[in-house]
Ligand binder design. Structure first.
Ligand code: SF4
Ligand code: SF4
Length: 271
């Protein structure tokens, strides 16, 4: 199983450690599908309200960074510097971002009323209390699964409201995030990234970080370097990339596929 657990709030990037910490043994009974049901509700008034927004690691996807920095009116560089810290994934060596916590270990966006940027909260917070797993083993591809993260302090599981996993994903707008992050998830799950012999060079790691998170730098790279002399990007697409950051982010992910794996996702100029 790949160690990336973008769906859960975790303390370490090592999936085995995560599961051990959560006391989870992922046998067939523990695994959930889209149709599986669970009882859960979360609202102000529960004695545990807000307790889950501290003492945790929240890993960020590119679309999380885009939504949060816009919500806060910051550039991507300002958001990254003020609100995140880098973490190196032990297996792939890739640099990811997680939210910086307060000295007391709380999320900086939690208030007495709940999450101060609820509409733009990260994917990990949307999934919670569901986690998801993806098999690295090709033979098991297509059988990705979910599981419940039942932490002792969480009273939500004592509530009667019933959900299917699919209903939970819908109400949390998880599909929207998964759609925007799809190519990026394919990149970080690419088996080439997990070869024991792979030692990504510094240039590749910098490209990965810029193409994943540093949208302003990537925009300058496209429009202020020789990028457009090398890659054939038509005028309409250039205009779109200038005014639509989500398109720019997804274009960055296609460029990463080309740059890291030489996939035919970019068109080179003939000359
Ligand atoms: S971003 Fe919002 S929902 Fe997520 S941990 Fe912080 S306060 Fe809680
Ligand atoms: S019910 Fe669970 S998810 Fe909701 S506030 Fe309580 S601990 Fe957090």
């Amino acid at each position: 199983m790949v160690p990336w657990a973008g769906a859960i709030k975790i303390k370490e990037v090592n999936m085995d450690n995560i599961l051990n910490k959560l006391g989870l043994n992922l046998d067939e009974e523990t695994k959930l599908t889209n149709d599986s049901t669970f009882s859960f509700d979360c609202y102000k008034g529960l004695s545990c309200y807000n307790t889950c927004c501290g003492d945790l690691d929240i890993f960020l996807t590119p679309y999380d960074v885009l939504r949060m920095k816009n919500r806060l009116g910051l550039s991507s560089a300002e958001f990254i510097s003020e609100y995140t810290e880098p973490v190196i994934h032990h297996e792939s060596k890739l640099p990811f971002l997680k939210l910086k916590l307060t000295e007391k270990g709380s999320c900086r966006f939690v208030t007495a009323e709940g999450c101060s940027l609820y509409g733009d909260r990260p994917l990990a917070c949307r999934y919670y209390p569901i986690g998801f797993g993806i098999y690295k083993n090709e033979a098991a591809a297509g059988s990705d699964f979910y599981f419940l993260i039942k932490e002792e302090h969480c009273k939500g599981f004592e509530e009667e409201r019933e959900w299917t996993v699919a209903e939970w994903r819908k109400i949390q707008e998880i599909d929207v995030y998964d759609d925007k992050n799809k190519v990026w998830m394919d990149i970080i799950l690419n088996k080439k990234m997990y070869s024991p012999d792979l030692e990504p060079d510094e240039k590749s790691l910098k490209m990965f970080f810029m193409g994943s998170y540093e949208l302003d730098s990537f925009k300058s790279f496209v429009f202020e370097s020789r990028f457009l002399e090398i890659f054939d990007v038509d005028d309409d697409e250039q205009e779109l990339l200038k005014k639509d950051e989500t398109e720019l982010m997804q274009f960055a992910h296609k460029w990463l596929q080309y740059a890291l794996f030489r996939m035919p996702t970019m068109k080179l100029r003939q000359s």
